[in-house]
Design a protein around this ligand. Structure first.
Ligand code: G1P
Length: 301
């Protein structure tokens, strides 16, 4: 079973930094953003590979995940074995690449990986966000197992004035994760999805549960994506094919707390994620606070 990470975007929110280097390789502390997402993708049982949908403009992503024995050897010859091990770990991850050279939308990007995922269910993890404890996809797999292998997406409540930025579901609460007594829109509840709409106007939104960017989908979505016309924003939208999938298959949504994950989609969110993980890190916390000096006052209680 594979996980897809779409990574062909231009990274315009980070210009000029992303003029000649991929936003996916921006570091959070000492690791590129995309490595956190790859490691999260490999956490659920049964996921044995990650397919990155890249653009040929960003060959440095593939280079990052490739073995470079000479470089590792150079580090070891200088006694830097821990760094050589870290470099080696990244290049040992089971990552493969497919290419999307036209920015036609998320649905198109996912379809570029159709052959690579084959006839199995697969995860999609949007790469501007990662979950440090890596449990979100694991819980989604549990919901899927409880519902006969159905597709499952992660959703969360969003204020009404923000629904037009996201995919929004229609549905009804049908239960909760095992061991959870959550109800309604609380974290841990499971909804049966009855409709989906991409970036609706507030008055047209069927609920205010938005798609968070974690999907576990039936392979049947790939045939639908192959014929999907352009939708919101003139792009081929994954959400539109998911809506069509509902005609033939069940789909469920797990309500999650998005703040369990770290956003790296904008410079401010990326900076906050670095600060948050630095404060939580045994390796970096003390040095981070020292470097901040007086600016640290107010950041920690
Ligand atoms: C995409 C999806 C949308 C989802 C969002 C989550 O939108 O199309 O359904 O809610 O990611 O971040 P985008 O952010 O690419 O506009």
């Amino acid at each position: 079973m594979k996980a897809i990470i779409p990574a062909a975007g231009l990274g315009t929110r980070f210009l000029p930094a992303t003029k000649c280097s991929a936003k996916e390789l921006l570091p959070v502390l000492d690791k590129p953003v995309i490595q956190y997402v790859v490691e999260e993708a490999l956490e659920p049982e049964g996921v044995d590979g990650v397919v990155i949908v890249n653009s040929h403009e960003k060959p440095e992503i593939e280079k990052y995940f490739s073995v470079d024995e000479d470089f590792e050897q150079m580090l070891r010859s200088k006694g830097k074995d821990a760094l050589a091990d870290a470099v080696h770990t990244a290049s040992s991850l089971p990552v493969s690449f497919v290419y999307q050279d036209e920015p036609l939308g998320l649905g198109h990007a996912v379809h570029c990986a159709a052959e690579a995922v084959g006839d199995e269910p697969f995860f999609i993890l949007l790469g501007d966000y990662f979950v440090p404890d890596r449990k979100m996809c694991v819980n989604m797999a549990e919901v899927s197992r409880a519902h006969g292998g159905a597709s499952v997406i992660a959703v969360a409540p969003v204020p009404a004035d923000q629904v037009s930025r996201y995919g929004i579901i229609a549905g009804e609460c049908v239960g909760a994760l095992e061991g959870s007594d959550a109800t309604g829109e609380q974290e841990g509840t499971v909804w049966k999805v009855t409709g989906l709409v991409e970036k609706p106007a507030p008055e047209e939104a069927p609920s205010h549960l938005f798609i968070v960017g974690r999907y576990l989908l039936s392979p049947a979505i790939m045939d639908l994506l192959a014929t999907q016309g352009a939708g919101a924003g003139g792009e081929i939208q994954l959400t539109d094919s998911m809506e069509r999938l509902l005609e033939s298959e069940e789909m469920y949504a797990l309500v999650v707390d998005p703040s369990e994950g770290c956003d790296t989609g904008t410079p401010a969110a990326w900076a906050a994620t670095n600060a948050r993980l630095a404060l939580a890190s045994d390796t970096y916390r003390a040095a981070f606070l020292e470097e901040l000096g007086d600016a640290a006052k107010g950041l920690v209680g």
